[in-house]
Design a protein. Structure first.
Length: 80
């Protein structure tokens, strides 16, 4: 299993789900999704997006956001 994390940089399933949710919310908030999806985004206090550090949520670009998200969840998986 260590090869999946250390060499391939894969996330475990729970972290991958949170990563994908975070990416979807970022895209909705930045107008990168169809309106029909963004219109159904409802803020919730315990959602994945709200638990992310401010610096991560305020990334300058989608590519940097995805990179920082992957690093964030990789670090969380190894420290938890």
């Amino acid at each position: 299993m260590a090869i999946l994390h250390d060499e391939l940089h894969w996330l475990d399933v729970p972290e991958r789900i949170e990563y994908e949710l975070g990416v979807m919310v970022y895209r909705c908030l930045h107008g990168q999704t169809p309106c029909c999806l963004a219109d159904h985004l409802i803020p919730a206090s315990d959602a994945v997006w709200n638990s992310l550090p401010d610096g991560l949520r305020n990334s300058d670009s989608f590519d940097s956001f995805k990179r920082f998200m992957k690093t964030y969840f990789s670090l969380a998986a190894t420290s938890g």
